[in-house]
Design a protein around this ligand. Sequence first.
Ligand SMILES: *Cc1c(COP(=O)(O)O)cnc(C)c1O
Length: 380
Amino acid sequence: MTRIFLSPPDVGATERELLLAAFDSNWIAPVGPDLTAFEAELATTAGMPHAVGVSSGTAGLHLLLVALGIGAGDEVIVSTFTFAASANAVVYTGASPIFLDSEATSWNLDPDLLHELLDKRRRTGNVPKALLCVDLYGQCADYARIVRICDEFDVLLIEDAAEALGATGTGPNGVEVPAGSFGRAAAFSFNGNKIITTSGGGMVVGTDGSLIERIRYLATQARQPVSHYEHTDIGYNYRLSNLLAALGRGQLMHLPDKIARRRAITAAYRQQLGDLPGVSFAPDAPWGRSNCWLSCVLIDDAVAGVDRHAVEKALAAEDIESRPLWKPMHQQPVFRDADSLVTGVSDGLFDRGLCLPSGSSLSSDDQARVIGIIRDVWPS
Ligand SMILES: *Cc1c(COP(=O)(O)O)cnc(C)c1O
């Protein structure tokens, strides 16, 4: 039997055709018509007027911060419950992250805690410059509240929407809009395990055209528009290639199918594991629609009689990949000196949570196998 991966690339004939057409046109690199088209198409999906393709989601976050003027001596609040790239991007700029815990209702940044931190900092006159807020596992954070709080304290909001392409959320005006449209700008990732992939790549979207153009300029070695390689800024080589953009266009065409499939996978896990003692699932926040990038279960070992390690091990024995939820950044050795405000919510999620195979190419038979193996772990 073949290995079942957590979230493998799911590509088909459309991607192959578009990729080969780009190849045959000799628009290999660096830029070209597929990149321009992919940027426009992704901007539409995210409901934003401007987009720039970059070499990864991490590169997108990094340039976003640089273009917004974040640098040495600045502080940036970051969701502690995330993948390390969110925090690394802050450190690349010379700024320091402050890690903030999750709320139980969405597993995303806790707005009450955000308010508490900012209130305290305002009194001492050192309000952090920006908030990098993560939309975890394909579900938007509570932007109705977070946007208001950032406005109140004059904090720049940046959205790490790497996992949330095609999801929706609700801002302070009560309108449901796509992930990526809540902050000053947002970054998406097309890494191999994300809901769509270009093998590696990312995109920054935003409402401010000059900010996006600034990022495009920084991503292209900060070359002045003259022929003799004139530089007035430190630049980066962070552009997405035209070939990969062609692949991305094919993926994006199938995004609605991929979301539908991932949502169905999550629903099947809920339905067929929900009766097991001690099992619960990622919350479905009321303010939008998750893309269900990864299906996550929580296992309360005191009730279940088994823990997440036992489930992970049973699946691994059958060549099935599963992963613990993100280990919070405030627990990471590399960030041991960073400031943080935590409540124990993300610590608990890390202790009890497991991501199950969730790829849009996962067959119903394979999912049934995964479910059967998990059920067998429970004491009968
Ligand atoms: C994947 C991911 C990133 C980084 O994206 P890459 O394209 O892999 O660089 C950043 N933040 C979050 C939350 C992610 O899941």
